[in-house]
Write a protein that binds this ligand. Structure first.
Ligand code: BTN
Length: 250
């Protein structure tokens, strides 16, 4: 069990549209910092860039936290980087090696195992709350055709896929990395993220332009640094980042 502020209040639902929506509803009603919502199934689970998140009933993790950090809205996106480090640590504790891919993926054997979606609510340009949503493929034995080449689960990779044990491992890791971020900013998280960074060739689509290159870490603002074949460095603040292996496979 997490012994601190994260998960002191917990809500578990058999089914909901999205745990991010449920957590957001609770936040609007005054839920405290650290409230955690989980579900067995999501009927409209969502990911970044308007994508859906495959959320069948069964042994996967769909978890959202209500966070009320004392930070500016501009400082919210790195929370997803910090969460990636925490998820990576929890999966390692479940017996698997992992890497992180900017901005919000956790990979195992080069395939996506988990995704993170941080959404915020602001009032008069001040941060009201953040909903940090985490989806981890624990027990999936198969995926829809369009995901099959790029997605995996803890079960498929031979790790400990028990949802209760995984959640109890994840919450302390998450609490720790969020505390480190709150105290030291991105500078305190960046080295931990860099250690876990997936080293494969990336293709990034930025407003219709494609860049291919190797990841070289993140800078002090959380932007991804990429070096192309000509040695030119690119700083990526937004865009669709895919492993070149995924593109070949799709
Ligand atoms: C991504 O990889 O694009 C992010 C996926 C985030 C999925 C999680 S599952 C729990 C929470 N509820 C949602 O609807 N989305 C997040």
């Amino acid at each position: 069990m997490a012994g601190g502020w994260l998960g002191g209040e917990r809500v578990h639902l058999a089914r909901c549209a999205s745990t991010n929506d449920e957590a957001s509803r609770l936040a609007r009603a005054g839920a405290q910092h650290g409230t955690v919502v989980t579900a067995d199934e999501q009927t409209a689970g969502r990911g970044r860039r308007g994508r859906s998140w495959h959320s069948p009933a069964g042994d996967n993790l769909y978890l959202s936290c209500v966070l009320r950090p004392d930070i500016e809205p501009l400082d919210v996106p790195p929370i997803a980087l910090a969460a990636g480090v925490a998820v990576s640590d929890a999966v390692n504790a479940a017996g698997l090696e992992t890497s992180v891919k900017w901005p919000n993926d956790v990979l195992c054997c080069g395939k996506k195992l988990a995704g993170i979606l941080a959404e915020m609510s602001t009032h008069d340009q001040r941060l009201d709350y953040v909903i940090l949503g985490i989806g981890v493929n624990l027990g999936n034995q198969s995926f829809p055709t369009e995901l099959a080449a790029r997605a995996t689960s803890i079960s498929l990779e031979g790790g400990d896929d028990d949802p209760t044990r995984f959640t109890e491992r994840l919450l302390p890791c998450l609490e720790d990395t969020l505390d480190v971020y709150a105290a030291g900013g991105l500078g305190a998280i960046a080295p931990r993220w860099r250690e876990r960074m997936h080293e494969g060739l990336l293709r990034i689509d930025v407003a219709g332009d494609a860049i291919e290159g190797m990841p070289r870490g993140i800078d002090d603002e959380g932007a991804l640094l990429v070096e192309d074949a000509a040695g030119a460095r690119h700083r990526i603040v937004a865009g669709d980042v895919e492993l070149v292996g995924w593109l070949e496979a799709s």
